[in-house]
Design a protein around this ligand. Structure first.
Ligand code: ADP
Ligand code: ASP
Ligand code: MG
Length: 610
């Protein structure tokens, strides 16, 4: 018999009528010959309501009591859905996370799942019952049996984890939109439905703000090869499949505690071009990378660091054999970028040929603030200075001197207990052989996302010596602050007789103040200058596996922003994404114009319920 895990989100169980409609669908699934485990969220906006109640009592409630409170929402909906199924004559039983045995770390409000007991679930299924499980919650593995929650939006993760533990045939996520769209239809009404997306792309999109799937759910689907589909609760349409590589036969023990880093990658064929002190105004990145794309030069990493006064630094890497042409383009364009008066801004081009890029990669680093810090401290301990840092949620890349590359790789492999792979490693076969993805070229941009919940911090005058990034990010990790984009400026300045650089990074808005305090408290020890916080930012990103080896994709994004006079404050790229930080006020507009620029809009009108 086929075993299906279905998950219904808050809107899908928001009223009694909707719960009854869900029961009908579950019953139809059983009648079609499937065993069904159902995971539900709390009804409608119940969880938000509970958070608000708590905030009326305490500005800083205990995380234990918050989990006790928030886990009640799901308990209401499992009981009601089981009753609705029983009313339809369908045997059903509701179970909390604790009753199932969804065992998590003893970490309130963001617990990771360690294992799921399947005996009781299988017993009920064998009796022909539908098992309705409370999403988002678990029980700690300690003797105290503490109630934990997985973090907001975590029911998706409960569902995919259950599918992995039960070896279900597939997992269906039912929600209030027809599937995964090119972007959030609430912000861009002409967003289009996609039929498929790779799990690598979805992991980036989910981490960059597309809340249709919890990133950890995608991570589990990818690690265990769980076939995953996102569909509408209101229609019979097929929705969007998330396509993963073939499962690796991973152990289910420590389910979400997979190792943080899967691979250390390196590339010694790169060279770096930096443009220092270019004007800070809309259109500069667009012109530069537009010209580079016209020359058919493929750019790998791009970073643009924070500005000081009215100028920016932009750095990028290209293949070594393209360096001369890239340098010529950069030199030729400086007068135009500076409005014909380059001397007024002291703009200059710098190239470095003897460099290497080393990266650590792995979905397990999501939400683990210590991983980037561990990379930086490993490099520092090996005496390797970091010249450029670029991060995504699932990868941290550092540009270092080429002569340090072997030492860096050896140290990183030892620290993370993994093997190396060169960057262009053959991908494992894709699991769903019927999928069009493995036969057709991947689009350069699959989707666009907006994250409005980040703040930017800049630390001025950080001494330029090995170990500084390690110390800063270890400090933040010790205080449980997850850092997102990290950018180190290209420009070195003298301060107090020492060469210094600025480091900028983004964190969740709610962590910004504690991050600032942590750095300020340590700043005299670190020898660095002022710490500046800007909470009024937005991060807009494009994601697509086809952008690797396709010149001009980033340029098109920058051009779209320039055309609408949107200034780019920070840029960071990884192989399959480009992210730009813009002002908060420009966020939604930026998302819309980028979505348009890549012709992702269509004429299908997406209905979004209130
Ligand atoms: P649920 O309660 O079912 O878990 P969520 O509100 O968590 O639903 O997620 C669905 C919402 O995600 C949609 O209503 C939509 O506004 C938003 N969303 C953001 N980005 C995307 C995207 N790329 N595709 C589809 N929906 C998206
Ligand atoms: N009810 C929880 C929340 O609102 C979990 C979920 O819906 O996925 O975050
Ligand atoms: Mg959700």
């Amino acid at each position: 018999m086929t075993l299906v895990v279905q998950k219904y989100g808050g809107t899908s169980v928001g009223t009694v009528e909707r719960i009854q409609a869900v029961a009908q669908r579950v019953k139809r699934t059983v009648e079609a010959g499937n065993a069904v485990v159902v995971v539900v969220s709390a009804m409608g906006k119940t969880t938000d309501g509970l958070v608000k109640l708590a905030s009326e009592i305490s500005a800083n409630p205990s995380r234990r009591e918050m989990d006790m409170l928030l886990s009640t929402g799901e308990q209401v909906s499992i009981a009601l859905l089981s009753m609705a199924l029983q009313e339809l004559g369908q045997p059903a039983i509701s179970l909390t996370g604790a009753q199932v045995g969804i065992v998590t770390e003893a970490e309130y409000s963001r617990a990771r799942i360690l294992r799921i007991e399947t005996d009781r679930l299988n017993r009920h299924l064998a009796q022909g019952e539908v098992v309705v499980v409370a999403g988002f919650q678990g029980i700690s593995s300690t003797d105290e049996l503490e109630i934990t929650t997985l973090g907001r939006g975590g029911s998706d993760t409960s569902a995919v984890a259950l599918a992995a533990a039960l070896h279900a045939d597939y997992c269906e996520i039912y929600t209030d939109v027809p599937g995964i769209l090119t972007t959030d239809p609430r912000l861009v009404p002409d967003a289009q439905l996609m039929t498929e997306i790779t799990s690598d792309e979805m992991l980036e999109l989910a981490s960059l703000g597309a809340k249709v799937l919890h990133p950890r759910a995608v991570e589990i689907a990818r690690n265990f090869g769980v076939p995953l589909v996102v569909r509408s609760s209101w229609t019979e349409d097929p929705g969007t499949w998330v396509i993963s590589h073939a499962p690796s036969g991973r152990s289910l023990e420590g389910l979400e505690l997979t190792r943080a880093v899967d691979a250390v990658e390196f590339d010694t064929d790169q060279a770096k071009v930096s443009l220092l002190r270019v004007p800070d105004r809309p259109g500069v990145a667009a012109r530069l990378f537009g010209e580079i794309a016209t020359q058919d030069l493929n750019v790998d990493l791009i970073i643009q660091s924070i500005h000081e006064g009215n100028s920016n630094d932009i750095a990028f890497t290209v293949a070594k054999d393209s360096l001369n042409r890239a340098e010529a383009v950069a030199n030729a364009i400086i007068p135009a970028l500076c409005g014909g008066v380059p001397a007024a801004t002291d703009a200059e081009v710098m190239v470095e040929q003897q460099i290497a890029k080393v990266s650590i990669a792995g979905a397990g680093m999501i939400g683990r603030p210590g991983v980037a810090a561990q990379m930086f401290s490993t490099l520092a301990a090996a005496g390797v200075n970091i010249r450029m840092i670029s991060t995504s949620e699932v990868k941290v890349s550092c540009v270092i001197a080429e002569e340090d590359c072997d030492r860096a790789i050896a140290a990183l492999c030892l620290a993370f207990d993994v093997n190396t792979s060169p960057v262009d490693q053959e991908a494992a076969p894709i699991q769903n052989s019927k999928s069009a993805i493995q036969n057709s070229p991947l689009p350069p941009v699959r989707g666009v996302a907006l994250d409005q919940k980040q703040a930017r911090l800049a630390i001025r005058h950080v001494p330029d010596r090995p170990g500084m990034a390690a110390r800063i990010f270890q400090l933040l990790a010790d205080h449980n602050v997850s850092v997102d984009m990290i950018i180190q400026s290209q420009r070195c300045r003298l301060a107090n007789g020492e060469t210094t650089r600025d480091i900028a990074f983004t964190v969740a808005q709610m962590d910004a103040e504690s991050a600032r305090q942590v750095i300020v408290a340590a700043s005299s020890d670190l020898g660095c200058g002022e710490v500046v916080v800007d909470p009024a930012i937005a991060k807009v990103s494009i994601v697509g596996a086809g952008m690797v080896n396709q010149p001009g994709v980033a340029a098109r994004m920058f051009a779209a922003l320039a055309q609408h006079q949107i200034n780019i404050q920070m840029i960071a790229t990884s192989e399959i994404k480009v992210s730009c930080v813009v002002s908060e006020a420009d966020g939604v507009k930026a998302l819309q114009v980028i979505h348009d620029a890549f012709e992702l809009s269509g004429n299908q009108k997406i209905q979004v319920p209130a």
